[in-house]
Design a protein around this ligand. Structure first.
Ligand code: ADP
Ligand code: ZN
Ligand code: ZN
Length: 830
């Protein structure tokens, strides 16, 4: 070969800048090593990490000493070239290290710190003709259970042991084992088979005769043989069908009889590996027949997709978007392509999985970070290894944001459902990426198409449609022309004066709920705060209980009778007496979901209530259970935070109450009007989906607010145009790019000093407007002081170059020793 690569640049799973270069030891230079394969490398004094090869080359690096790769883990790449290009883009766009992206991208089983263990398997003899160094190693290994490469290096006092290890492995005198293999434990089940002595037709007859005196044993034998016969006829049986358990269940005997037969040498036991991924059936139905409005939208999508890489499907809630996706998915599958279906929230995957599996059966895999790592690993491996378009392959992946990292082979389409949701953005840790935007990049890299779907598009997305960057298809009516719910607004200030409020409920809301309950219909109450009250205050002296570690007031939780911090989890017992003035005048203000639930239980005593918020859904199971009970109408009133607004499809919801619209709208953020509109419209969309027109009641003290008006009229366009105008005026996206830099440290002075210096140096950059440093809304969290700098980067000022310069300024700060302890967090597109 002309240019045998001598070095590899690797990505380490650490927050270190850039790639690191290692030498390829001689014996491997001609091996199948390539970019995307994993290797283990030493890093730091005594650590070994699994690194991914980014590229191979023969340029001698400038550093003094280049270390050797320790071992090769893969014969074929586990990460493909285009995946690594997505990583490159992510680390440069979101200003984080390639290692942070790598860390987020791979399931743990593929990236854990690894220690290669070397074990002797054969004693060498004279004809093996070992060299001195090989001899030396074998002596070190003799009598040990296995040593790691680092231990071997230490014991033998030499570093260059890799070539000897390689030669000994090739001659099968030693073997290497990766701890990685142990991290991922395949699921095994105990199985049985006939021992050799009894295999064969004659032997089985003989065995029958021998066992004829024990009915139980005969039953076991017969059940086993039946199962074997079944397997021969059918190919879809898994190892489970011959499992110990299956056999004794079929024979209806206890395990002890089978145990005895194993002892007698009739059966042998062995362990068989089975996939963790459930084996799924074929889909049981075709996609539904589309209505003419849906068909028209589908045709439009096709023509828009022909001209654009990205198309927005803007359709009101319940217009039947999901059914349209089904048709599109089927088309891509028929063309041998894969589909990625992204959802903003793990919780939503349950309903969607069911819907997809009904049609596409076992081709659907679900992938998100809350899944056990071993399952994620299996999905990764299957996608990497499978031939695409084949039957039985995983051709549809339903996932939350981390699914953009999967190794697709033939990705044709990405659907980003509820594209406006801000949970697509990862906040912590880095990479702080937006899954929608990353999906668009991913599509560009694999030449796939993207559909963004929502009833309430993100302002930036809609702007991209208006400027022609994205295609646009709109659906204005619900499926079957179901009416959108009627939205009514209650002015709570007026109502309070007229004594027409019952706790937090207006008279209109109370009577509407009563009607719904009488008709056997359901109700959703939406309040965007959890807990019981928003804050507690002493009426005498104004004292407010606050968190010790954060700059926020504590929120009372009645269930536990404690005050809790929603930022750090700190809690303190609630007392009736003010610790400052000693009077008994602590009052609670505002209300959260917990209080709402209590009030509802008093106002509607017969109703079955449930609460859906972070406090009641700590586990995936509890979330699913709550939703299922509501779906089955085992609950009449569901009280919840924005969790109830997410694309769930309920059939029997008559009334939706939006308890406190003001809290949302007054939140100090440039997106708060947009977010309030989206939230209120989405929650409203839960009303009246199948049976008759729903009713939405918005309680506010600002009934004339334009956002409320837009929700009432379901008028996205008016919201869009007023918001766009505001953003143009004040310079917010889409008219500029935002970047937020947060500085964090336990010493307030240090944070103040460093943030001021950083802001000063950033001020000098052309094309940037620097705002701050300022304390964020909550300026201390978990004992750490925070300060924010907001940078507006003008459009057309060369984003890449500007970011690089900002990066340099930050690096200049962190280079200074006294300032190093301050954590600097960069959030692009916050
Ligand atoms: P969206 O995704 O726009 O909110 P969905 O696709 O979930 O809307 O449709 C809303 C409801 O209407 C669902 O229960 C769905 O099964 C039903 N639906 C939509 N289109 C059809 C159709 N063509 N035939 C039968 N049912 C449909
Ligand atoms: Zn007091
Ligand atoms: Zn706190």
């Amino acid at each position: 070969m002309a240019n045998k690569p001598l070095f590899v640049d690797v990505i380490l799973p650490l927050a270190v800048r850039g790639c690191y270069t290692y030498r390829i030891p001689e014996p491997w230079q001609a091996s199948s090593l390539q970019a995307g394969c994993r290797v283990t490398v030493p890093f730091g004094p005594r650590k070994i990490f699994t690194a991914v090869i980014r590229r191979m080359h023969s340029r001698q690096p400038h550093v003094r000493e280049t270390k050797d790769i320790i071992s090769l883990l893969d014969e074929n790449p586990v990460v493909s070239e285009w995946q690594m290009r997505l990583w490159d883009w992510m680390s440069s766009y979101y200003m984080c290290t390639p290692g942070e992206v790598y860390h987020a991208a791979l399931p743990a089983a593929l990236k854990l710190e690894s220690e290669t263990v070397v074990r002797a398997i054969l004693k060498p003899d004279a004809k093996d003709e070992l060299t001195a160094s090989e001899q030396h190693l074998m002596e070190r290994l003799a009598g040990s259970e296995g040593l790691t490469i680092l231990e071997l290096q230490r014991k033998s006092g030499r570093k260059d042991i890799m070539p000897a290890i390689r030669r000994l492995t090739e001659r099968r005198l030693i073997e290497l084992e990766e701890r990685i293999g142990e991290r991922y434990k395949p699921r095994t089940i105990r199985c049985i088979r006939l021992s050799d002595r009894w295999s064969g037709t004659e032997q089985i007859s003989e065995l029958r005769a021998k066992l004829s005196r024990s009915k139980a044993k005969l039953r076991i034998l017969n059940s086993f043989l039946d199962l074997v016969r079944e397997r021969e006829e059918r190919t879809d049986l898994t190892a489970e069908d011959m499992s110990w358990q299956t056999v004794i269940e079929k024979a209806q005997t206890g395990g002890s009889v089978l145990q005895a037969m194993v002892r007698e040498g009739v059966f042998e036991t062995f362990n068989s590996t089975v996939p963790r991924l459930p084996v799924l059936q074929e889909g049981s139905r075709m996609p539904v027949h589309l209505s003419s409005m849906q068909q028209e939208a589908l045709d439009n999508l096709h023509s828009q997709l022909a001209a654009h890489q990205v198309v927005l499907l803007h359709g009101v809630t319940s217009s039947g978007k999901t059914e349209i996706y089904m048709h599109l998915i089927q088309e891509y599958l028929l063309r041998g392509m894969q589909v990625l279906y992204l959802l903003p929230e793990i919780a939503l995957t349950v309903q969607m999985t069911r819907r997809l599996q009904q049609v596409f059966g076992g081709q659907v895999a679900v992938y998100h970070s809350k899944f056990p790592d071993s399952e994620r690993y299996e999905i990764w491996k299957r996608l990497m290894e499978q031939e695409t378009g084949k039957e039985g392959g995983l051709n549809i992946v339903l996932g939350a944001r981390s699914a953009v990292f999967l190794p697709f082979k033939a990705l044709g389409l990405i659907i980003v459902d509820e594209e406006h949701e801000n949970s697509y953005k990862q906040h912590n840790p880095a990479p702080r990426y937006h899954a929608r935007d990353s999906a668009i990049m991913l599509a560009r890299l694999c030449n796939a198409k993207v559909i963004l779907g929502t009833a309430t598009p993100c302002i930036e997305t809609y702007y991209n449609c208006k400027t022609g960057k994205y295609g646009l298809v709109e659906m204005r009516d619900r499926y079957l022309n179901l009416e959108l719910p009627e939205v009514r607004v209650v002015d709570v200030r007026k109502a309070r004066k007229q004594k027409a409020m019952h706790a937090s409920f207006s008279s209109l809301l109370v009577s509407s709920i009563d009607d719904a309950l009488k008709n056997g219909e359901q109700v959703i109450l939406f309040q965007n705060r959890r807990g019981f009250s928003l804050y507690t205050e002493c009426h005498e002296c104004g004292w407010v209980p606050r968190c010790r570690h954060c700059d926020v007031s504590l929120i009372y939780h009645k269930n536990s009778n404690r005050l809790r911090c929603h930022y750090c989890g700190y809690s303190a017992p609630m007392s009736r007496i003010c610790p400052q003035c000693g009077t008994e005048t602590l009052r609670m203000h505002g209300f959260g979901t917990e209080r709402l639930e209590e009030e509802a239980s008093l106002l509607f005593p017969g109703a079955r209530l449930a609460r859906l918020d972070l406090d009641t859904t700590r586990s995936r199971k509890s979330y699913e259970d709550l939703l299922e009970r509501f779906e089955k109408h085992e609950t009449d009133i569901l009280v919840g935070t924005q969790m109830v607004s997410k694309g769930l499809d309920f059939n029997n919801v008559r009334v939706v109450g939006i308890m406190d619209a003001d809290a949302m709208m007054n939140f100090p953020d440039f997106r708060s009007y947009e977010r309030s509109f989206q939230l209120m419209s989405q929650v409203s969309g839960r009303a009246g989906r199948k049976q008759g027109r729903g009713l939405v009641i918005i309680q506010t003290s600002d009934a004339g607010h334009p956002v409320i008006g837009a929700v009432v009229r379901n008028d996205y366009l008016s919201l869009y145009s007023t918001q766009l105008e505001e953003r143009r005026q004040f310079g917010y996206p889409p008219f500029c790019r935002l970047m937020e830099i947060t500085l964090k440290h336990a010493k307030k002075d240090l944070v103040d000093e460093v943030s001021l210096k950083l802001a000063e140096s950033l001020h000098l950059l052309p094309g940037c407007r620097v705002m701050g440093p300022e304390y964020p809304l909550v300026s201390r969290v978990s004992g750490q002081y925070l300060k924010n700098i907001l940078i507006k980067i003008e459009k057309g000022s060369g984003l890449e170059a500007t970011k690089a310069k900002i990066g340099e300024k930050i690096a200049a700060i962190t280079d200074k020793k006294a300032w190093q302890p301050v954590r600097i967090i960069i959030n692009v597109d916050p």
